[in-house]
Design a binder for this molecule. Sequence first.
Ligand code: NDP
Length: 449
Amino acid sequence: MEQIVELIKNRDPEQFEFHQAVHEVIETVKPVLDRNPEYRQQAVLERITEPERVVMFRVPWMADSGQVVVNRGFRVEMNSAIGPYKGGLRFHPSVNLGIIKFLAFEQVFKNSLTTLAMGGGKGGSDFDPKGKSDAEVMRFCQSFMAELYRHIGPNTDVPAGDIGVGAREIGYLFGMYKKLKNEFTGVLTGKSLNWGGSLIRPEATGYGTVYFAAEMLSTRSETFEGKTCLVSGSGNVAQFTTEKLIELGGKVVTLSDSSGYIYDEAGIDSEKLHYVMQLKNIRRGRISEYADKYPEAVYTPTDPQLDYNPLWDHKAECAMPCATQNEINGVDAGNLLRNGVYVVSEGANMPATPEAIDQFIDNQILYGPGKAANAGGVAVSGLEMAQNSMRLAWPREEVDNRLKQIMKSIHATCLEAADGYGVSGNYMAGANIAGFVKVVNAMLDQGLV
Ligand code: NDP
């Protein structure tokens, strides 16, 4: 198995995040391979770590100034053993092939855990929507879709949002797809409600992350009532994680963006959260403005010299990282544990480094890995696809109940798989094993393709 990781590193030496994601999965599925010798003969690890298809393309667009700008677009179609490729699009300057491959790889296991028929994919661009006008974002999205439309479709590959891709971007992308294909189909999820979107889709990832954590807490007969929670990010996932935590009686004291974080000891209540939603979703402002509006809060700018993130260095019981990959390193994990945190539920994808995860697992805290804890978003995307094919829209309560049930079932599946392989209580191993076995068995059923 070490040889496989070496092979992957040698083949694409610069794809660090992908190596990290593969390493984490391979380490935990070793007992599954030991129990199923045919998996080795069928080279399932080699097959599952190689994308079925990678599309990379030029995205030229014109800035308001008349200047032509060229970005790079990606779509990684990782695995379609259990359904059409499904996974979000990320627009962020840090995007490269390694990042998209890591996200697509994680997506395969996550989608498998939802029990819905969705394979795994991911895409995006190094385009930065920050500071761009609506017209620039629209021209970029149209140019991006002018190539992507050939590779996707409601039964082939169904993208959604991720960092930098919200309702506005999904709208522009969908409009261009419809024009090019002359078809109104559920080719993207995260659509607005009045043209095919699902109720609860915007809330789903954040709510789901909290539902998963609530399930973990219930194994110790506890709830969120009165618990202090550290949340990072201030985008889609962070906002709805905060909303659900407030509803369940938790006290959220932090939010962040890439420029810095705010600490509000009194807690971010519904009114303050409403302000954050307006600030981020409509005015597209910075989280520092929160401390101008609410002077009791303290704003700390990001200091690139520090080898830790001070957001994770406050007294709390729960931490919900909802910003980006590798935002909790070994030092941060030590700080969290020292400050009393014993619930970590990952809204973001791969927010904890391997050093941080080792500490969570060694200390036997309730650690919910992203591929299980944040699967609520893609699960409701799957429900959006179902509603689109039936040309029906389910009421809010129905979608929310289904989301709750799915998160409950993912939680139970992780525990069961971990028990079955002698690593009881290890949600990360459970998620990897359960996701892996389902996908690999489907691949083997379908022959060598
Ligand atoms: P948004 O773009 O809505 O928000 C992202 C937030 O994270 C912003 O506050 C952003 O700050 C911050 N952020 C992004 N990159 C960095 C960075 N390099 N350093 C510090 N802060 C950063 O994205 P989402 O809320 O949709 O996504 C957040 C995470 O959740 C991602 O890991 C994503 O993959 C994951 N996720 C999202 C799902 C969804 O349904 N949207 C589903 C499952 C997982 P700034 O504005 O300054 O960039």
